[in-house]
Design a protein around this ligand. Structure first.
Ligand SMILES: [Zn+2]
Length: 348
């Protein structure tokens, strides 16, 4: 019934999207890197979807695939940043942002603000000094690990138990402390439960989880427990809700279940600590061979993409659903951008 949405729901959605949404995890850089022989990928393949969803700020992740490691970890990471610059140079619709004033300036100019993040510190090799280099290149959010083990620690497994018991290595400890000293945000997405606790022990600033889900609905160690959610809340961090791990069952991978994760986090730590980390990668998945998909399912899991929340052009569906589920305008604005913007205020 239209009446449950108010007189003109689409106008209300447009109003709520006027500031631009913040999505803190997108695998843009590995795709730009793989398509490095072509120019204009960012504007041709991605910009229309960003615009349809009113995306304002996007965390774009450096991620180095297994086949490049260890030898090419640093080179591929640097090339990913180089590809991003080359693509951004071709358009006046994007700005690579290093701090909060940059983000505000980009948004005022109507540009999409891109914040470079790092998913797994493999590009550093064993050299924590390189963190400073990546800081100078604009990287402002660092997650120590993806699912695999590396020199900093171990990722959480895609099962209810079985992650490595050990937490951060001395290198991992030094890395998170160096991040805080430099002014980089530490991202807890993917880290195993023991590493999660260690990051809290070795840091003092707000910590984020750029893209994850609640174990309440998908009980794997790659996601986060109620206790972990509360720890992030106590630090006034923000948890970005992931769209691809909302349920282990395909039939339950729905927009409503996505909103259940938002409600669950909010019920535990309030409306100020939840945001978006869509992790849309259906566009990559669809291009993979059956063998590659099987490999993903064996190593991690079989992702279930909610049909109406599969790429950035679907963002209005989320807002419509939040309205339908009774969220107020003020609450929706916090989820869509306000909470992440509060975290970005710390980027000097
Ligand atoms: Zn991830």
């Amino acid at each position: 019934m239209m009446t449950t949405l108010g007189a003109d729901p689409e106008d209300r959605i447009s109003r709520l999207h006027a500031h631009g949404l913040v999505d803190l995890h997108f695998d843009l850089l590995m795709d730009l890197y793989e398509k490095r022989g072509r120019a204009g990928v960012l504007t041709e393949e991605f910009l229309p979807e960003f615009e349809a969803g009113n995306i304002g700020v996007l965390g774009v992740a450096i991620y180095v695939e297994d086949r490049y490691l260890p030898e090419l970890g640093l080179r591929v990471a640097l090339d990913q940043i180089a590809r991003l610059h080359a693509e951004v140079d071709l358009s006046d619709r994007f700005a690579i942002c290093k701090n909060y004033p940059d983000i505000l300036q980009a948004r005022e100019a109507g540009k999409i603000a891109l914040l470079i993040t790092m998913e797994g510190v493999e590009p550093l090799g064993a050299d924590p000094n390189l963190l400073r280099v990546f800081f100078e290149l604009g990287v402002r959010v660092i997650g120590l690990t993806h699912a695999r083990r590396n020199l900093a620690g171990s990722g959480g497994v895609f099962a209810a138990s079985g992650s490595p018991r050990d937490g951060l290595t001395p290198f991992g400890r030094d890395a998170v402390q160096a991040c805080e000293a430099l002014g980089m945000i530490v991202d807890l997405a993917h880290i195993n439960p023991a590493g999660f606790e260690d990051v809290f022990a070795y840091t003092t600033k707000p910590l984020i989880v750029s893209h994850t889900n609640a174990r309440r609905y998908h009980d794997i160690e790659r996601n986060i427990s109620d206790e972990q959610i509360k720890m992030v809340g106590e630090r006034r961090g923000v948890i970005g809700i992931n769209s691809v791990l909302v349920s282990p069952r395909k039939v339950e991978a729905t927009l409503d279940r996505y909103v259940d994760h938002i409600e669950h986090v909010t019920s535990l730590i309030g409306i100020d600590c939840v945001g978006i980390g869509f992790d849309f990668f259906e566009f990559l998945y669809r291009g993979w061979t059956e063998a590659e998909k099987r490999d993903l399912a064996t190593k991690f899991t079989c992702p279930h993409f909610p049909p109406d929340l599969m790429n950035h052009s679907h963002a209005r569906n989320l807002t419509r659903k939040l309205i339908e589920r009774g969220f107020s305008d003020e609450q929706i604005e916090k989820i869509l951008y306000g909470n992440w913007m509060r975290i970005f205020e710390g980027l000097l």
